[in-house]
Design a protein around this ligand. Structure first.
Ligand SMILES: [Ca+2]
Ligand SMILES: [Ca+2]
Ligand SMILES: [Ca+2]
Ligand SMILES: [Ca+2]
Length: 215
């Protein structure tokens, strides 16, 4: 005697096809959700990273500037242009009533590693003509010692374009990604950092702080 399966005891090809299609749709949606989740997690971490980097760098600069004498600033970075570089000194000691100056410290911007000032992204990091911030110390009579404080400084401060105008309304015209401004005995430090990720996202973090100068 032969036994035959009724249609209810097995799955027809159509049913199998529908099941596979449903499973495929479900897996596709799951992969999409997981992908979006990890992308937003990566973006969140990158945001924290650039925020921390900007804060640490500004704190470091502010610490170096504690005790800086207003008259020692070179150039004196007053509005409307301020300056993207700055040298300063503290008072080292008083000897026989005379001031002995401390070491000469300077901050300056240089093109970032592998970058040329040509309107192109030469080093392939997604940023065009970005800078690095360099700090140099010069003890009297000793060779200068330089160190890089941060990479990925924007060529211009956030909201600024090179047009001779103060586009972002902060009182400085065409200011760079790091700028200094001397205002009534205070030195204002501004910084815009930028980072690009593999998903094509662009993060910009802009911070500012100020330090009281010594008379
Ligand atoms: Ca670049
Ligand atoms: Ca370039
Ligand atoms: Ca401005
Ligand atoms: Ca401008």
């Amino acid at each position: 005697m032969s036994t035959r399966l009724t249609p209810r005891q097995g799955m027809s090809l159509v049913e199998v096809a529908v099941s596979l299609a449903t499973l495929g749709t479900f897996l596709g949606a799951l992969i999409l959700v997981l992908g979006q989740g990890s992308r937003s997690a990566r973006t969140g971490m990158a945001r924290q990273s650039i925020e921390g980097l900007a804060r640490r760098t500004l704190d470091r600069m502010a610490t170096e500037l504690v005790g800086a004498v207003a008259d020692s600033l070179s150039p004196d970075p007053v509005a409307p242009y301020g300056s993207s570089s700055l040298s300063f000194q503290r008072i080292g000691a008083y000897a026989s009533g005379a001031v002995q100056w401390g070491e000469l410290v300077s901050f300056s911007l240089a093109l970032d590693d592998g970058e040329l000032d040509d309107g192109n992204d030469n080093n392939g990091d997604g940023m065009v003509d970005e800078r690095k911030l360099v700090m140099t110390r010069e003890e009297d009579g000793a060779d200068p010692v330089s160190s890089v404080l941060v990479h990925g400084v924007r060529e211009l401060f956030e909201g600024e374009t090179a047009n001779g105008l103060d586009d972002n309304g902060n009182g400085l015209k065409d200011e760079a990604g790091v700028s200094f401004e001397h205002q009534n005995g205070r030195l204002i430090l501004r910084m815009s950092l930028e980072q690009h990720d593999n998903d094509g996202g662009c993060l910009v973090r802009t911070l500012q702080t100020s330090v009281r100068l010594r008379n």
